[in-house]
Design a protein around this ligand. Sequence first.
Ligand SMILES: Nc1ncnc2c1ncn2[C@@H]1O[C@H](COP(=O)(O)OP(=O)(O)OP(=O)(O)O)[C@@H](O)[C@H]1O
Ligand SMILES: [Mg+2]
Length: 359
Amino acid sequence: MPLYEVEKSVIVLDIGTSFTKFGFTSEPAPRSIYRTQVKSKGQIRELWDYRDAQDLYDMLVDFFHDIYFKYALNSPKDKPIVIVESLLCPIIFRETLAKVLYKHYGVSSILLLSSHLVSLAPLAIDTALVLDVGYKEAVCIPVCYGMPMIHAWQALNLGSQTIHKHLQMLLNEKNSGAQNLSEMTLEDIKVRCCFVTKKSRAQQLQTLKPQIEMCPEIKYPVKGSTTISVCGTTREKAYEILFDEDADHLCLPTMILDALMKVNIDLKHQLAENIVLIGGTTMAMGFKSRLKEELLCHSKEERYKKLNIKCFKFHTSPSKENYAAWLGGAIYGSTDCLNTKAIQRRNILKKRNYLIGRI
Ligand SMILES: Nc1ncnc2c1ncn2[C@@H]1O[C@H](COP(=O)(O)OP(=O)(O)OP(=O)(O)O)[C@@H](O)[C@H]1O
Ligand SMILES: [Mg+2]
């Protein structure tokens, strides 16, 4: 392919811990968002629950087989592919992924993009503080003039997985008849019944006799006529785990403030006024306003006083937050980056390993 010609309909993938976003470059939304699972030997397994490199290799072969021959319906041979991944993605995953794509499927090149960086493309900005709250963890990385500030990154195990565990604990406490619910049921209860409440209500809910009017109970149907009662307190408290400080006094808002503490003083205010939220968990009702409330409250603490920030502003992404990074990948993939920055198979095959770099 000549250097000046940009390939049409290149696959763009964001392989999240729980959901994979699949689509093509130059399109405004993914064609499909489905669970990151692989059916191997008659068993459905989570892709990220691999035992070792060989196990991951085998699973990725099956995973990409579905992508090319079930979703994309085209041959991978000599075609480029765009992969969006977190800056904290383990090396073993990246290396095995490259091996599968170059060696097994014979793709011509891979354009590997950092999810935090490319999420800014749909907003057409180059400086922002990006907070990704997905399934497994929350990762906060400031991006300044198109460069992710790796030294300032913050990560905590605060994603949907933690919320689901907390929700199960709350349901058990209330004896709602819901023991050991599956991850999918907990997720459904969370999305349909729970919401992020206001800080003042959250404080009241921690007292023995809350002086507030409780929100109504919901009967959630499971298995035909059986129902689980999700009481008002559970509905409001499910997301509180994100805002409760742990033993090290860390929580979601402190991650943002800690990241700001680590960047150059000239950029602090600019970043605080350009916060970009990505990841499905940030789509929860009331999430943004509560985060803002918490940020204003925590910024008054002694440890963050020297930040001297009085205003926090959030961007509204043109897409849904759960595929904001995918959309950034689709934009990058439709530019000249695909020809100039993608790693070509011919160059990789000359090397001994498959470790590839990303933008
Ligand atoms: N409208 C919504 N309200 C609340 N939660 C939601 C909503 N939509 C999606 N989610 C949650 O977002 C989570 C998935 O988010 P996302 O797709 O960003 O995760 P991921 O990319 O697979 O995970 P990670 O980035 O940690 O690897 C799911 O657990 C889902 O329950
Ligand atoms: Mg993700």
